[in-house]
Design a protein around this ligand. Sequence first.
Ligand code: ZN
Length: 287
Amino acid sequence: MDFTQISLALCLALLIASVECKQVLVDLSHSLNADNHRWPTNDKFELIVVANGTLDNGKWYASNNVRFSEHTGTHLDAPAHFASFDGVYSAATIPVERNLKTKCISHCRLVGPLSVINLKEKSDADRDYRVTADDIISYEKEFGKIPEGGIVIFDFGWSQYWNDFEGAFGSQSNDTTTFHFPGLGMDAAELLVDRGVYGVGIDTPSVDYGPSQDFPVHYYLHGRNIYHLENVGSMSALPKGGEGVTLVVGAMKIDGALGDQSVLLPCLMKKNRLYPRQLSQDTEYLC
Ligand SMILES: [Zn+2]
């Protein structure tokens, strides 16, 4: 893994986000380290020190190699993860081109208007909760219809369990039949497809709820070229519902990859520069 690729992806994301408007960026990505919890079939994250010290010439040099699963930490599931058809996107082929004249709404699939649907009360009552179409319709009554080309993320407050395997998976075992965490129901997935979203995110380890053994939501959404974002970080600094926010998905372009670690940067479009902690209900958003 080359850190140059990571840097280029991040710089591209920042460049795209900064072209059009004054904004505040919030990082929704978890940091990677060897303590990260992970899906049982994924390799553990490794940072291998290549050099870290003073060279013979007296000058400092430090560099590492890293090794990790495609589906590590806050990550993108490319549609080719669970689907195979002509035109299915792998991690490196999801379109990033966009028409700058269209301002914040674009046809770029990795940059789009964000909707954040908070269902923490539902998962507090039931760890195996599955999002319903009615949950999405309730959100739309408050915040408006989810836009075509948008990215929807479900917030269950699960970021509190980062690096806590038992908290995140509801089990002490690597046996996937013992897992308990919330995900999407099929009627919710069908409604999101009807809305024409480009990406569906969640702060739990999978868009399919913990007890699932056949992953119907993965097959259904990836079969329609819709990507996933999983293990999304805390959304507490965002405006309620993600209103007025554009999400930049800083995915690495790894040829042939079926997923990759992603940097998620919601761009808060505002008339005045403020920092996230200063946001209030009176803040006026441009788009
Ligand atoms: Zn997945």
